[in-house]
Design a protein around this ligand. Structure first.
Ligand code: G
Ligand code: MN
Length: 429
């Protein structure tokens, strides 16, 4: 099948085509045959088959008969470019992921990625040439795309399932999900960047759907009723209380955080709920995370609720900070205890001067407000080093660990807060 489809000019089968049944897994579009061969070969070593194309022009025809889950797309092609490719992918309603590969200026590549996102495509973090084959495996892991010929499909709680045959975010009714007990909470470690220790974890709602697999909040928050959102928040808080006790009895006293939509935060039932925290000794209190953009909409009410919650050792974190473009003069009214740097600024803060400047300002702002700064979406050692240099307090992201079950958290974090298997190695500031 592979050879039939790709017998046309400019199209070639990958070397070492693998495992029958997975021929449509990836496309590699690069005008440099060596790069095509390198990528295809590296993919075949992790069990993913691929085919190469030398220009974006051939894409439209190829997509009629094949449905790749990932397209590796060079930014500058000989007779075409990635923007041509992006337009074709939008036209053909491509549902997989696009991995830009380029040796060009990273700012330009980021701009191309942003264009892809504007065209509704799932754009992965660009890969700079030259790259190592190990990075390719991480792309599959990082993009939460299943490597197709693994014998047992991985269905871990923290990993929303996005595959070629699945729409990216199927919509599920939250009330139904709660009633059917499909909702669970996965925890992502938060690491003290000075002490190199896991000190907390953010609870993230995940839904195990019988047909769609593991889904993230994109699939169930939008359109959810106020009641369902309140029920979800209450569920997450109750679960955090129980899970904290489990963690504490194994010697891991982590401060847990729960996301709260403002509508749930303002519900009097929530205050009643947090008046009943675990009674065990050492309870560090809970963090409720509210996004900046929601908090700014109802500033007075949120400030009042946050003050009341403080009485019960519940602190407020302003989530995705920097993405709401609010004036800090207004946010100042909020009694927050954490500022969480939006992932879009943390990503590439080691190399992008604008991102670095924004991160630095937020870290300073947190310090001046007596709050803890938390960088979200830390994915690389480079960005981590930059954040340490800025004196950011805590970090969270795939570099340290993905959202995981409480059992996995206990497995991966020891009683001293060391995280395995990856040692948290920081370059000296
Ligand atoms: O906005 P909030 O902090 O609630 O959402 C965090 C989301 O970001 C979660 O869905 C989580 O899975 C995701 N996430 C966590 N760490 C990383 C990371 O390092 N990179 C990316 N791209 N996403 C992350
Ligand atoms: Mn959050």
């Amino acid at each position: 099948m592979c050879n039939q489809i790709f017998a046309g000019a400019g199209i070639e089968p990958a070397p070492d085509a693998v495992a029958p049944g997975y021929h449509d897994e990836c496309l590699v579009i690069d005008d440099d045959p060596d790069i095509r061969r390198l990528v295809s070969h590296a993919l075949s070593r992790i069990g993913v088959s691929s085919v190469g194309l030398d220009s974006a022009g051939a894409l439209e025809g190829v997509l009629k008969s094949t449905h790749p889950s990932v397209i590796f797309l060079d930014v500058a092609l000989d007779r075409s470019d990635a923007i041509d490719g992006i337009r074709i992918l939008e036209r053909t309603r491509f549902k997989g992921a696009v991995q830009l590969i380029s040796g060009k200026d990273p700012n330009l590549v980021d701009a191309v990625r942003a264009i892809g996102e504007r065209h509704g495509l799932k754009m992965l973090a660009p890969l700079q040439k030259p790259f190592r084959s190990e990075q390719l495996r991480r792309i599959f892991e990082g993009a939460k795309i299943e490597v197709p010929n693994e014998t047992t499909p991985r269905k871990e709680l923290g990993e929303p399932h996005v595959g070629a045959s699945n729409p990216p975010h199927p919509h599920v009714d939250l009330a139904e999900a709660l009633a059917s007990h499909w909702v669970d909470i996965a925890y992502q470690p938060k690491v003290d960047l000075v002490r190199n220790r896991v000190v907390g974890a953010e609870g993230l709602a995940r839904l195990s759907h019988p047909t769609h697999g593991i889904l993230g909040p994109e699939s169930f928050l939008q359109g959810a009723s106020d009641t369902a959102l309140r029920d979800l928040t209450a569920f997450a808080i109750r679960k955090a209380f129980l899970d904290w006790e489990v963690l504490a009895t194994t010697g891991r006293n982590l401060q847990l955080a729960v996301n709260a939509p403002v509508r749930a935060l303002l519900d009097p039932g929530l205050t009643r709920l947090v008046r009943e925290p675990p009674r065990c000794e050492g309870w560090p209190g809970l963090i409720l995370e509210v996004t900046e953009s929601e908090a700014i909409e109802e500033l007075d009410a949120v400030a009042e609720a946050a003050t009341q919650l403080r009485i019960y050792d519940v602190g407020l974190a302003i989530d995705d900070f920097g993405s709401g473009y609010s004036s800090f003069a207004r946010l100042k009214q909020l009694p927050f205890s954490e500022l969480k740097l939006d992932q879009s600024y943390v990503r590439n803060c080691a190399t992008d001067p604008l991102n670095a400047g924004i991160c630095r300002s937020i870290v300073d702002l947190a310090r001046a407000s007596g709050a803890v700064s938390v960088a979200e979406g830390v994915e690389t050692a480079h960005d981590l080093t930059a954040l340490v240099r800025m004196c950011c307090d805590l970090g969270q992201g795939y570099y340290f660990g993905r959202p995981m079950t409480v059992g996995k958290l206990i497995e991966r974090v020891d009683a001293d807060g060391n995280i395995a298997p990856r040692a948290v190695l920081l370059a000296a500031p």
